[in-house]
Ligand binder design. Sequence first.
Ligand code: C2E
Ligand code: MG
Ligand code: MG
Length: 454
Amino acid sequence: MAQIGTQLGRVVERKRAEDQLIHDAFHDPLTGLPNRALFADRLARAVARSHRHRGLVFAALFIDLDRFKLVNDSLGHLAGDTLIIQVAARLGACPREDDTLARMGGDEFTILLDSIADVNDAVRIAERLMRALEQPFLIEGEQLYVSASIGIAASSLGYESAEEILRHADLAMYRAKTLGKGRYEIYDHTMHERAVSRLALETSLRRALQKGEFVLHYQPIVTLESEEIVGVEALVRWRKSESELVYPIDFIEVAEDTGMILFLGMWVLREACTTMARWHKEFPRTPALTVSVNVSARQFAQHDFVQQVAKVLSDTGIRPETVRLEITESVTMVDSERTVAVLTQLRERGVRISIDDFGTGYSSLGYLHRFPLDILKIDRSFVSQLDRGEEGLQMVQTIMSLARNLGIEVVAEGTESPSHVAHLKSMGCDVGQGYFFSKPLESADLSALLEGGD
Ligand code: C2E
Ligand code: MG
Ligand code: MG
């Protein structure tokens, strides 16, 4: 009898261990919520059910905390975990009993709203979720404010699989982030189209890089006094086909997001230096022509950026003092100590540093002196205001006197008319770039211009 009792005890124990294993396989260890696998299963059932009963509507919500990485990075992973547990508890209070709240991993949660009247029910839940997060969280004695971006996909659009509806909720969440975070978006087909065309662009950009379809155009930079060419700015274009030229506005952002800019940017620098080294031989001048090359923040952030630039300089044999790297204010904003160090090292290699689109960033004019800069390019939005009254004049005037004090050369971008030229000259600006002098030109056309002695 005692033996039977022990055996029974073992069976019960084994059953309990099995149950535990099954539970663990389908639950998130940190929050105890259903995990991705269990959620996918319930979602798949909901999809199947809605096929059987056409009238049934359900919705998937994809929730992603905003700036969670900041919490993790600044307060540590333990604090991050505590926050996730507290967020899970608040989110858990919102849906109804039949609904499933799951943790997908990291700071991502999903909710399956099993049976709703229409998408408005899902919107009401999303609003409730956002309200639930409004009160601050208390983490390690600190008050933290957290918001979430929420994507909603409702079954009324007709879904074939759990994976598809979840992907759409995710896309809508991504859209909510893009539109400013701390909000919800409902999936619609334009989001799908946008994602598809963006993906197609990524793919064709990669191919363009392999096939060598990028070309540089060169825009003359001239003295305002005599319109003599003193340098050029290299501007990248994508020669998509014989008849189709694509401008940076349509691909630079994607190239930056995907990291392709690292390769593209270095190609631009190499190509521009190679071409300018040739022009120096063919059209010697004193002082030598300069070449300006745009550098994106992502390139600048690479740990070996200085070495990469140095290699291009030595490979192409260009005179470093003729090379001007154009960076924008956003580059200087990230980590100013590192920025100063990198700029100093670049200048030690002989290149000049130009600050591009000046005046459009967030920084005050006063921060300029902190950085070792040689050239400042006044953004064309200011130049275009020059003949529209006092305000534009004053801004350019301020920039000019600041630059003069710091011993920085000024180039006026977007000089489009004789009156721009007259205003700029009267304020002591000597050098300009813009359609009034020339549009960006193919290298052969720029050669011809230099040959003609401009
Ligand atoms: P950016 O560096 O400020 O370049 C000046 C832009 O203004 C060029 O546009 C040029 O064609 C345009 N522009 C010049 N003169 C005038 C004018 O008088 N009026 C007007 N309305 N526009 C004028 P583009 O070539 O379309 O380039 C746009 C931006 O794309 C550049 O602005 C730069 O930020 C970026 N970009 C271009 N090439 C590269 C590159 O090789 N690498 C990186 N990272 N960015 C690049
Ligand atoms: Mg530029
Ligand atoms: Mg510019």
